[in-house]
Structure formats: structure tokens, C-alpha cells
Design a binder for this molecule. Structure first.
Ligand code: NCD
Length: 323
């Protein structure tokens, strides 16, 4: 489907989502986001297997993962299958015609003749938009390099709302490589539509994009940038931890320098805000110690479960299927 960057799905509802690509958090305004979150509540019982539905029967998801994935791929494919749909999969560009030099636009066009919706993860920023240019069915961005991960943004917001009972009024801290972490980019962008304060914790080399910081200033959104995790833990209602992404370092010595730069330990939460909600898109490496897992606010495994709920919702919405 074609995609006008910065396009807004002005409020709102079911029909506006039908046939739409989900490529960037920038596509959505507050009304769109709230509509998705409200719809997701209805899908939760299907994700939790308390109820069954076949609303996607006869529909096929083309699942293209040209970068490693566990949660995103499994949750998309599970979401499709639990709603009665089917999945055709390509994992690893080396097994597809992309390795022969086919353009993403052509791949999008070709897959559209087999599948009713396409989800793609690819190492290059803008790759899903390119695929969508050629595709005639909706394309969902499951991570385009260091760009965005909008379906993760939706499931993270759903998690925040569920865990905190609200989004407005919260202080949200992001910790890690904020420059290159796509899940942070999409969630932070979506949060700008709510009345939140931000704390950004990163080494100076890994700060949030300056254009995003400029936007926060323009919109009058409160934020603080710091290198110290302690500054965030003192005030944050939600602490969003991230992995230092090894795959983006060409020099292993450079990665070793940053690995372990922020490690969240149980005592740090207990001595600050014991009820803080701790999130992480996972996989974690060493940035959250295992003793954090049993804290009531440790939400990262519940967050992965929410992935099925939210991806059921998004697939159904773009395919125009209602429960
Ligand atoms: C994230 C990703 O791939 O962007 N994982 C995910 O989708 N759950 C984060 C990561 O890999 O660190």
C-alpha cells in the first residue's frame, strides 16, 4: 500500500485502519492510539485463550524476517493463527530473492499476490516503507534497522496503561542506547501525545535524536537528559530498560566498552520507587539482574504476552475484521 510519511489517520475508528500500513509511530495521533488500545482490550481474552475466534480465517500473513527475532515473529504468527489465519514465512534474506538482488518494492508486489498482509523486519531504516511502495496489501513494520518498531510501541503503551491504569501524568524513563534503539523511538514518539514527562538516560554517544528533543521543546513536554540511571530511578513511574545492541557495533572493543554500562538491580528499585513499573522489549543480556524479576513492577514478561493481544488487534484492524 502506498504510504504518505507523516500521514495521520484522523479520528478515528475501524474503517480508517482497514488497508493501512503500520510503518511509523508518526502516522498516529492520540485518537488513533486510544482507539487501538481500546480495541486491544477486546482482543485480550482471545490472546489469553479464554475465548476462540476465526475472524481471520482465509487470510494469509506473509511473515518476512530478515533480522533475528523471537518475540515479534512468534507473537505475530501466533496472533494470526489464533484468529484462524495462516502464515507463510521467510526467515533470513539469504533464502529469498532479495539475495539475488530483487528490490524491496518488487518483493512487496510479489508477496501481495500470495498474502493478505505482510509483516517485515529488515536491517535497513526505511526498508518497510520501500516494501510498502510496491505492495498492494497492508505492510506492518516489525523493525527497520535503527529506525522504528511501531507495533512494539503500541504493545508497550498497552502495557503501560494496564500496569499503571493510565498514561497521562506519568514520568517515563528510557535507559540505554537511545540513539539506535528502534523500540524506544516508536514508544517515545507515541508518548508525546500524552501528558507525560521523560527522563532519558544514556552515555553521551547514545543520546536521543536531536530532532526528537527539538520536538519535545517545541511541544513544551518536560524532559531531562542524564548519564546517571539513579537520576531516573528517583522519579520514574515507568523504567524502560534496553539492551546495548551488539549488532550495530562494527568494533567489538567498542561494544565491550558500553556493555554493562547500565545494570538495574533489585535494591535500586527498592531504595527508590518500589512500585515502579519495569519494562524491557527483551531480549535482555545483563541490563536487568534476575532478582528484579520477582518484583511486582517487573512487567517485561507480561509485556511479551501483550504482544499477542496487540498484534491480533493490529492485524484485524488492517484486514478490516471485527470481533
Ligand atoms: C527488540 C527489537 O528487535 O527491536 N526486540 C523485540 O522486538 N522484542 C529489542 C531488541 O532486540 O533489543
Amino acid at each position: 500500500m502506498s504510504f504518505g510519511s507523516g500521514r495521520h489517520l484522523l479520528y478515528i475508528g475501524f474503517m480508517e485502519f482497514k488497508g493501512t500500513d503500520i510503518l511509523s509511530a508518526k502516522q498516529f495521533n492520540r485518537g488513533d492510539i486510544e482507539f487501538v488500545l481500546k480495541t486491544a482490550q477486546k482482543f485480550e481474552k482471545f490472546a489469553l485463550k479464554e475465548k476462540r475466534s476465526d475472524i481471520l480465517a482465509g487470510k494469509v500473513l506473509g511473515s518476512l524476517f530478515y533480522e533475528p527475532s523471537t518475540r515479534t515473529r512468534f507473537s505475530f504468527e501466533t496472533a494470526m493463527k489464533r484468529l484462524g489465519g495462516d502464515v507463510v514465512t521467510a526467515v533470513g534474506a539469504e533464502f529469498s530473492s532479495i539475495s539475488k538482488g530483487e528490490t524491496l518494492e518488487d518483493t512487496g508486489r510479489v508477496i501481495s499476490s500470495y498474502a493478505d498482509v505482510i509483516v517485515m523486519r529488515h536491517p535497513h531504516v526505511g526498508s518497510t516503507a520501500q516494501l510498502a511502495d510496491g505492495a498492494t496489501v497492508p505492510v506492518l513494520n516489525a523493525g527497520d534497522g535503527t529506525g522504528e518498531h511501531p507495533t512494539q510501541g503500541f504493545l508497550d503503551l498497552f502495557t503501560i496503561q494496564k500496569e499503571c491504569g493510565k498514561i497521562d501524568g506519568l514520568t517515563v524513563a528510557f535507559v540505554g542506547d537511545l540513539k539506535r534503539y528502534r523500540a524506544v523511538h516508536s514508544l517515545a514518539e507515541m508518548l508525546t501525545h500524552f501528558n507525560v514527562s521523560f527522563v532519558f538516560v544514556s552515555p553521551p554517544e547514545m543520546k536521543m535524536d536531536s530532532a526528537f528533543i527539538f520536538k519535545l521543546k517545541e511541544k513544551g513536554i518536560a524532559f531531562r537528559e542524564t548519564t546517571r540511571m539513579e537520576d531516573a530511578l528517583a522519579v520514574a513511574d515507568v523504567v524502560y530498560m534496553t539492551r546495548i545492541p551488539k549488532e550495530y557495533f562494527s568494533d567489538p572493543a567498542e561494544y565491550e566498552k558500553f556493555k554493562g554500562v547500565y545494570v538495574l538491580q533489585r535494591s535500586m528499585i527498592e531504595n527508590n520507587k518500589p512500585n515502579a513499573v519495569i519494562m524491557h522489549p527483551l531480549p535482555r543480556i545483563d541490563e536487568i539482574t534476575r532478582d528484579v524479576d520477582t518484583l511486582p513492577g517487573a512487567a517485561y514478561f507480561r509485556q511479551t504476552q501483550n504482544g499477542v493481544t496487540v498484534r491480533m488487534t493490529l492485524l484485524s484492524l488492517v484486514l478490516g475484521a471485527r470481533i
